[in-house]
Write a protein that binds this ligand. Structure first.
Ligand SMILES: Nc1nc2c(c(=O)[nH]1)N[C@H]1C(S)=C(S)[C@@H](COP(=O)(O)O)O[C@H]1N2
Ligand SMILES: [Mo]
Length: 198
């Protein structure tokens, strides 16, 4: 039954692996902010404080999550803020087609606007009815369940609106710009014309 939910080459491991590059950052609610910058419609950037971000309306998503190293975590119940809420609060310029999601310490991942606004994408703050744990991205991570999990940036601090696409942290290091696990889009050498920045 779960097999039909598993993209090619993936397996369900024992336990629930946690992986990331670097250290788990400390959350400081008084200095934490969530920036939206780049090609905004107004030309100005916007910052949400923690109390502002925490009080945005939340919705839920039930989703699996597929790491390019081939393990999958099945049936995660995320709750958090829809990307649509951020786009409505800080409208992008009409030419925006991509976003860069930025984390603490400069980790980043780029997304096509259509992947950012896809049904399962969410700025998650809760997992399985509890605040997300520090090592899984507390206080806010994005989840983009239909793409390989390196795009599901933990410890998100900013969204940059992009008119021209640009590669994020792993996309610059040889991973696929789009990252669809159902098509096994693992590496940049697999990219077809139009799937990456020129
Ligand atoms: N900020 C940040 N987010 C990140 C990463 C990272 O190194 N830094 N690693 C990504 C990768 S490769 C995976 S597989 C998932 C792992 O999420 P998990 O630790 O909740 O299993 O986080 C993603 N988000
Ligand atoms: Mo990963």
């Amino acid at each position: 039954m779960e097999e039909s939910r598993l993209p090619p080459g993936q397996y369900v491991p024992r336990g629930r692996p946690v992986i990331h590059y670097g250290r788990v950052p400390q959350f400081r609610p008084d200095t934490w902010d969530f920036q939206v910058f780049g090609a905004t419609a107004s030309g100005r950037e916007h910052r949400f404080t923690w109390p502002e971000f925490e009080s945005l309306p939340r919705t839920g998503v039930l989703a699996d999550f597929h790491c390019v190293t081939k393990f999958s975590l099945m049936g995660n119940e995320w709750r958090g803020v829809s990307p649509a809420t951020i786009l409505a609060a800080v409208p992008p310029d009409a030419g925006v087609r991509h976003v860069m999601i930025w984390a603490e310490y400069g980790y980043s991942a780029n997304l096509r606007m259509s992947d950012f606004t896809a049904e399962g994408s969410l700025f998650a703050m809760e997992l399985d009815d509890k605040p997300i744990s520090p090592d899984r991205g507390f206080p806010v991570r994005i989840v983009v369940p239909h793409l390989y999990a390196w795009k599901s940036v933990k410890w998100v601090r900013a969204v940059e609106y992009l008119i021209e696409d640009r590669r994020g942290f792993w996309e610059e290091r040889g991973y696929h710009n789009v990252a669809d696990p159902w098509r096994e889009q693992r590496y940049s050498y697999q990219e077809e014309p139009g799937e990456g920045p020129p």
